[in-house]
Design a protein. Structure first.
Length: 440
């Protein structure tokens, strides 16, 4: 990135922030932002640079939001809003990020911020249904996760666990005071956990049984587990659950799960709320999979944990009244030769287009299915828009899967919904296609 362009961006943001401060509670207008650009004497290439910086912030923020990294989503979307303070999807994305962070940690400041940005959405678009729904959820005060670490019961349990671990460590020191290693073969995890001469704190990963609690609300749902591990860390224990919830019946609009971790005596050790799917995303249909990734670090996590149970905390579902039309196949181009045993099918679930005089906005819902023989851990694509002369007019790169995401297992199908601003007249547009940039 060159310094002159950085200075242009900095000057532009300073002018926007100054104007916002002058307005206080009054929303900005597009004409005022255009006047700032004119006063600074910005050229077309300057505006393109500023727009590209905004796009970078916006898509990174949306990506972090999809993968439940609320802090990074807030950071990126806030940076983007300094460039385009009227961008409706950035405003709503920030409202969502603050909402989920409030649900996770219970901070009143996050709830207030979520309400603030949802109200700014309505100042910009008085008919924004997602903002109305989000404000309703805030007013209903959806409970945040239970903080049992502060209760007497878990203080006693934590103290007891500490004493037991300290006693085991003392016995190990008496038996082997200088930590000399005996020439014994490496034991399996289960054997090590049950050995009288081995401390559980030496284990790196311990598999826990995982499943969905079968009740009426869970009917038509199943869990496809990739990992369910209790990990020993330098700060205690962490639990990681990755995989996907498979939709077998019904159409699902909202799904909030409750994770319970139980020990060998079936005592509940930790309860955590997992907002897996909400009504801002496309409706899940039978055959779809919702990626699940939980990394839980709690002071009350016990080395005696044996089982993870997912319960349906909240669900909004509909009966499938008629046969669901299949997704529309999209022309796919491979940037390189197709790898052996790796293949993916990409299709369109739906799209919404709104036109401006010199541009149009296109919201696209894609479904992508692993049709190969191996799990897919990384999938990057490029969306390409063509005009009526079949010339390329716009491209955007997307990462449908990163190495930090749960792997897309064979025959599994997931959804991605993205919104794009195409700087061409809608009348010039013909179609879009997808290019596979990388797959692993």
């Amino acid at each position: 990135m060159n310094e002159p362009n950085d200075k242009i961006l900095e000057d532009y943001i300073q002018q926007v922030l100054k104007l916002q401060e002058e307005h206080q509670q009054v929303p900005l207008k597009v004409e005022e932002l255009n006047r700032i650009a004119a006063q600074l004497g910005l050229s077309a290439s300057d505006l393109d640079f500023i727009d590209q910086k905004f796009q970078d912030y916006f898509y990174r923020g949306k990506g972090y939001l999809r993968h439940q990294n609320w802090d990074k989503a807030i950071e990126e979307l806030s940076q983007g809003l300094m460039i385009k303070p009227l961008h409706i999807e950035s405003l709503f994305g920030l409202a969502e990020a603050y909402l989920f962070r409030w649900q996770a940690h219970g901070k009143k400041s996050d709830k207030a911020a979520a309400l603030h940005y949802a109200e700014r959405c309505l100042e910009t678009d008085a008919r924004h249904e997602g903002a109305f729904l989000l404000i309703g959820r805030l007013n209903r005060n959806l409970p945040v996760r239970k903080k049992r670490a502060k209760t007497i019961r878990w203080v006693i349990l934590g103290f007891t666990s500490f004493c037991v671990i300290a006693l085991i460590a003392l016995l190990l020191f008496i038996i082997n005071p200088f930590g000399k290693k005996e020439n014994t073969g490496k034991q399996p995890l289960e054997e090590a956990a049950n050995s009288q001469n081995t401390s559980i704190t030496h284990l790196k990963d311990l598999n826990l049984k995982a499943g969905i609690f079968q009740e009426e609300n869970a009917r038509g749902l199943s869990l496809q587990t990739e990992t369910s591990l209790l990990k020993s860390t330098s700060e205690g224990y962490a639990y990681e659950l990755t995989g996907a919830i498979i939709i077998q019946k019904f159409e699902i609009e909202t799904l909030i799960l409750q994770l319970e971790l139980k020990d060998e005596k079936q005592n509940v050790n930790v309860v955590e709320l997992i907002p897996l799917w909400d009504d801002t995303k496309p409706i899940l249909q039978p055959g779809d999979a919702a990626a699940l990734k939980i990394l839980l670090r709690e002071s009350s996590l016990s080395p005696t944990l044996k089982e993870a149970t997912l319960k349906v905390y909240q669900i909004k579902r509909y009966k499938v009244e008629e046969e669901i039309a299949p997704d529309t196949q999209i022309p796919v181009i491979w940037a390189q030769s197709k790898p052996k045993n790796l293949d993916v099918n990409i299709a369109e679930r739906g799209q919404v287009i709104s036109a401006e005089p010199e541009s149009f906005t296109q919201q696209i819902t894609l479904s992508y299915t692993n049709t190969g023989q191996k799990p897919i851990k990384k999938l990057g694509i490029q969306v390409r828009w063509l005009n009526k002369e079949l010339q390329l007019i716009h491209t955007v790169r997307l990462d449908l899967l990163n190495l930090t995401d749960p792997a897309l297992l064979t025959k599994q199908r997931r959804l991605a919904q993205e919104q794009f601003i195409i700087p061409y007249k809608l009348s010039d547009y013909l179609a879009y296609e997808v290019e596979i940039l990388n797959i692993e």
